[in-house]
Ligand binder design. Structure first.
Ligand SMILES: [Zn+2]
Length: 218
């Protein structure tokens, strides 16, 4: 029996015949994971990312990112040292955060900005927009984030929350992106917050979640 990669609970497996893919759903934290046998190669993944044409010239995309900054960062940040985790081939959010909001930004991307220099610093804010659904090693990632966040620092995440019914999930457009491997709901982040002793500051129950690292009690 497979175990959930977040909370180690036995998962329920269901399958998409159309995609020929198995998914594993955790009854405790509500994470849905694509079976590892259906992961694509890093080369194929890179090619697909390069097809994304998000640029600073796209007014809609910039407005979409500014909405995230206004709802999920600015009401909560206590300082301006920020890590953009998963900055992609064209780091549009980095430019906006630096030029329009005055953040000092360190960026990391496992394909396009690989140097792990960011581990040498600490941050008031970590942003992860449309990225966490691509990450396979979720717990090591949260452990790393926990280390590099200041006490009182926040993690602001954007990822589309999954539908609750399995049959609706199997028809959902978000799973058709072959680079998406983990799917979340509010409950998934509640369980993660409990494990890492984070507070949830904001959740729109749709695609945005903000968590805060509590002051250390030790
Ligand atoms: Zn779980």
């Amino acid at each position: 029996m497979k175990k959930c990669i977040i909370c180690n609970t036995d998962v329920h497996t269901f399958r998409s015949d159309a995609q020929n893919i198995e998914y594993h759903r955790c009854p405790n934290c509500d994470l849905i994971s694509k079976d590892e046998s259906s992961y694509i190669s890093v080369e194929a993944e890179t090619k697909l990312y390069l097809l994304h044409h998000n640029s600073i010239e796209s007014k809609d995309y910039v407005a979409y990112l500014k909405n995230f900054v206004n709802k999920a960062i600015l009401p909560f940040n206590k300082g301006y040292h920020l890590l953009e985790f998963g900055s992609g081939p064209t780091p549009v959010l980095t430019s906006i955060l630096k030029d329009e909001y005055g953040f000092s930004v360190e960026k990391y991307d496992k394909i396009f900005s690989k140097k792990k220099d960011y581990l040498d610093y600490q941050y008031n804010v970590i942003t992860c927009t449309e990225v966490i659904e691509h990450v396979s090693e979720l717990m090591p990632l949260f452990e790393e984030w926990n280390k590099v966040l200041f006490n009182d620092g926040i993690i602001s995440i954007m990822t589309l929350f999954h539908p609750q019914e399995n049959d609706v999930f199997l028809k959902w457009w978000y799973i058709r992106d072959q680079t998406h491997i983990n799917f979340f709901s509010r409950r998934t982040f509640e369980v993660l917050a409990k494990i890492f002793h984070f507070d949830i500051l904001f959740c729109d129950n749709h695609r945005m979640i903000v968590m805060r690292k509590k002051e250390s009690t030790s």
